[in-house]
Design a protein around this ligand. Structure first.
Ligand SMILES: Cc1cc2nc3c(=O)[nH]c(=O)nc-3n(C[C@H](O)[C@H](O)[C@H](O)COP(=O)(O)OP(=O)(O)OC[C@H]3O[C@@H](n4cnc5c(N)ncnc54)[C@H](O)[C@@H]3O)c2cc1C
Length: 338
């Protein structure tokens, strides 16, 4: 089981990493457990609305926040959390790899997860030719044939990117046209290596060790066709996967976590931030702000557990960092005593 953490943060998107930065700055022993580093921002080639940057890629933004969180001592492991149980004096967090961790407080920041097709072969071939991220994985398919399942403006962006790497792209979509913007469609088709496959859906992904073919069905003609490809990209939206915590904290009808203005969930000691919550505005800056709020609330909760009276209302102190000699702790308002 190992050592006990003060705070465990689930998810390393912008919400979780900001929470980690805030938590570690309060010198709480902090662990982030996440499937990946970056979450949805990995799919955002350019953000133009994150304060402080006229334009920044999601990946660059994430790398900066990760560096900042690690600088203050936050730890991170890559794993999928599969269960959380209240135990005496805190919580036990279990993961897919079989690890178990103990902590006093939890911050749920596991955002949204790419929607799956739910067809035979998909689960088995995930990461073996089945990808949910064109921007992350398209270079892996350089010179190969691939299927893209997506539509709209986002789908067209994906098709343009894939067109530049793959030898051939089969773009499968359910309607007559994949995107309304004619200029964008022409740009997709410019190189002549994208085949449009309208009115269609995926029936099966075929392969043993890796993707070898994809079976599609034309719903209008009721015909099936087998495409010999090395990969399939699925970008059909996002879902909130909160099933594993449904008996632990209150969820709304969409499965999102209900929180108050302090990012507290219905269970004491568990906080939540970002897209996984019922907050209607799914935006990076809002997720980051909620991450900070959840971490400050977790700090106050832990201080209360330990019988300390100090209540944190802001984090304005300047801590020493590598390359900076002087500790300037104490500048600004830090603690408001009850
Ligand atoms: C294509 C695209 C473009 C976008 N463009 C913009 C934009 O321009 N401006 C803007 O403000 N917003 C934009 N957004 C929205 C923004 O990316 C999200 O609002 C924000 O990233 C949400 O952050 P989050 O940390 O709450 O969740 P996420 O980014 O979803 O991160 C969740 C993290 O949790 C991890 N995780 C999930 N389940 C588990 C589990 N069971 N165990 C462990 N880890 C888990 C995931 O691996 C991930 O690291 C865009 C989103 C997309 C998809």
């Amino acid at each position: 089981m190992g050592e006990k953490y003060d705070v465990i943060i689930i998810g390393a998107g912008i919400a979780g990493l900001t929470a980690a930065l805030y938590s570690a700055r309060q010198r709480l022993k902090t662990l982030v457990i996440s499937i990946d580093l970056g979450g949805q921002l990995l799919l955002a080639p350019e953000l133009q609305n994150f304060p402080g940057f006229i334009s920044i890629s999601g990946l660059d933004l994430i790398k900066r926040v990760e560096e900042q969180a690690r600088l203050y001592g936050s730890n991170m492991v890559f794993d999928q959390v599969t269960g959380i149980s209240p135990v005496e004096n805190g919580f036990e967090v279990s993961t897919l790899s079989g690890s178990k961790y103990l902590c006093d407080a939890i911050i749920l920041a596991f955002g949204k997860t790419p929607k799956e097709l739910g067809v035979p072969g998909e689960k088995k071939l995930k990461g073996k030719g089945v990808s949910y991220c064109v921007i992350c994985d398209s270079p892996l398919f350089t010179g190969k044939d691939v299927v893209l399942v997506s539509w709209g403006y986002h789908g067209a962006e994906g098709a343009i990117r894939l067109r530049d790497y793959a030898r051939k792209v089969y773009w499968v979509f359910p309607g007559e046209k994949p995107v309304d913007d004619e200029a964008m469609l022409q740009e997709v088709l410019r190189k002549g290596n994208v085949e449009l496959i309208p009115y269609s859906e995926i029936v099966e992904i075929v392969g043993d060790e890796k993707v070898e073919a994809v079976v599609i069905r034309n719903k209008k003609a009721s015909e099936e066709r087998k495409l010999e490809v090395s990969g399939i990209f699925v970008e059909i939206g996002y879902v909130t996967k909160t099933d594993f915590i449904k008996d632990l904290v209150e969820l709304n009808e969409k499965g999102e976590i209900v929180v108050d203005e302090y990012c507290r969930t219905s269970r004491e000691g568990i906080f939540a931030a970002g897209d996984v919550t019922e907050m209607p505005f799914k935006q990076a800056v809002i997720a980051a702000g909620m991450g900070a709020c959840a971490a400050l609330s977790a700090y106050n909760y832990i201080m209360k557990l330990r019988g300390k009276k100090a209540v944190l209302t802001a984090d304005w102190r300047h801590l020493s960092m590598p390359g900076k000699e002087k500790e300037k702790e104490g500048r600004g308002l830090f603690l408001k005593l009850k």
